[in-house]
Design a protein around this ligand. Structure first.
Ligand code: PMP
Ligand code: GLU
Length: 397
């Protein structure tokens, strides 16, 4: 029989994208669904960035691009890393690709051998575990619940590392929890990692600027682990550019070379026009980033104050990103008609079908018992959505 590979059979469908598609389908049928499943800014890309893209079209940036990205873009990224993070990188240490997602996957494929263990603090973004599986590595989940503000401790990390560990995937500010590690907490994790020199450190900082703590911290700031850190970032979240598909990795030269080699056989350099737009984003005025951050912070406060009024939900206040991840198990075992809500998957589906609000079941983030909602939407949508969630939950008996 002709059939797809074991690799694809073993791969889960992206739940964030699947839930978003389901809510779009319901919308197309005329159902008034509020989509809080996919996480992307609801703002338009700032004007000066769009202008740079139009100029690139007119100036005929229409040819294949260098595999790791235009040198001018990589230089702009190095300047960003120096100015904002006080980190020194040369353009040769940067690889630009189709979003942070591709660069994350590239790094995992470049570093993980079959059978290697990869430590993933959970709840974690849907794609981490699947990327590790693609590389035939073994995901080692380290869970931190809302009771510890979704942040793993140094002791938990130490206990998870074995001689087979080759990589840890850190995400701060985190999707799906909104947790932000403080400098001291990162220092404590770095102390553990300093004792395990074979472990590489993948720091996903895509939500760097959507941060309400007033402080931006990267684990790469610590000199004793810096040469093993690979930073992932991009323009999707900070500049409202999810559809442009530009992200990057910044790390040791040998990792950048390996990622470039992979990208050269797989996708080549990414879109010329989007790269010119991203260059304008990194090198241009940054006040748009702060304006959007303030809007997200206001919405965070709004959704937390409204959701806190719903009985049974346990919430850890998010310090970054634009997600809230309530623990919802108080509703398990309850019924709607003769349908029993057994778990978070049932509850997310119930809230979509009956409450017309789409979230994503925590199970997709290695966090059964939770449901994630993205609050990157208008105040009005947030108010209506929380009222609907409250009403739908109250209808469960
Ligand atoms: N990392 C995390 C934690 C994310 O939430 C996302 C958003 N999809 C990405 C990486 C990828 O971002 P993008 O590919 O749009 O740059
Ligand atoms: N990061 C977003 C989310 O988690 C985008 C969707 C995705 O790529 O998973 O919803």
């Amino acid at each position: 029989m002709n059939e797809v590979s074991q690799r694809i059979k073993a791969l889960a469908v992206s739940a964030t994208l699947a839930m978003s598609q389901k809510s779009q389908e319901l919308k197309a049928q005329g159902v008034d669904v509020i989509n809080m499943s996919v996480g992307e800014p609801d703002f338009f890309t700032p004007e000066h960035i769009k202008e740079a893209a139009k100029k690139a079209v007119d100036e005929n940036f229409s040819f294949y691009t260098p595999v790791p990205g235009y040198l001018s873009l990589r230089k702009a990224i190095c300047a960003k890393l120096k100015n904002e993070n006080n980190l020194d990188f040369a353009p040769e240490q940067i690889v630009v690709g189709n979003g942070a997602k591709q660069e994350l996957c590239n790094v995992v494929l470049a570093l993980v051998n079959p059978g290697d263990e990869v430590v993933i603090p959970t709840p974690a973004w849907v794609s981490y575990v699947e990327m590790v599986k693609l590389a035939e590595g073994k995901p080692v989940e380290v869970f931190a619940s809302h009771e510890q503000d979704f942040k793993i401790t140094a002791k938990q990390l130490e206990d998870a590392i074995t001689p087979k560990t080759s990589l840890i995937m850190l995400c701060s500010p985190s999707n799906p929890t909104g947790a932000v590690y403080t400098r001291d907490e990162l220092r404590a994790l770095a102390d553990v990692l300093a004792r395990h020199p074979k472990v590489m450190i993948l720091a996903d900082e895509i939500y760097e600027h959507i941060n309400y703590t007033g402080e931006i911290n990267s684990i790469a700031q610590f000199e004793d682990v810096r040469e093993r850190c690979i930073i992932i970032n991009g323009v999707s979240k900070a500049y409202a550019m999810t559809g442009w598909r530009i992200g990057f990795m910044a790390g040791p030269l040998w990792v950048a070379k390996a990622v470039s080699k992979l990208q050269g056989q797989y996708t080549s350099g990414c879109s010329s026009i989007a790269q010119k737009a991203a260059e304008a984003a990194f090198a241009g005025p940054q006040d748009c980033v702060e304006q959007m951050r303030q809007a997200f912070e206001r919405r965070r406060d709004l959704i937390i104050s409204l959701m806190s009024e719903i009985p049974g939900l346990k919430i850890s206040k998010p310090e970054g990103a634009f997600y809230v991840l309530p623990e919802v198990s108080a509703y398990f075992g309850k019924k709607y008609g003769d349908k029993v809500i057994e778990n978070d998957l049932d509850l997310a589906m119930y809230l979509l079908e009956v409450g017309h609000v789409s979230g994503v079941a925590g199970s997709a983030f290695c966090a059964p018992g939770y449901v994630r909602f993205s609050y990157a939407t208008s105040d009005e949508n947030i108010r209506t959505a929380v009222a609907r969630i409250k009403e739908a939950l109250a209808a469960l008996k």
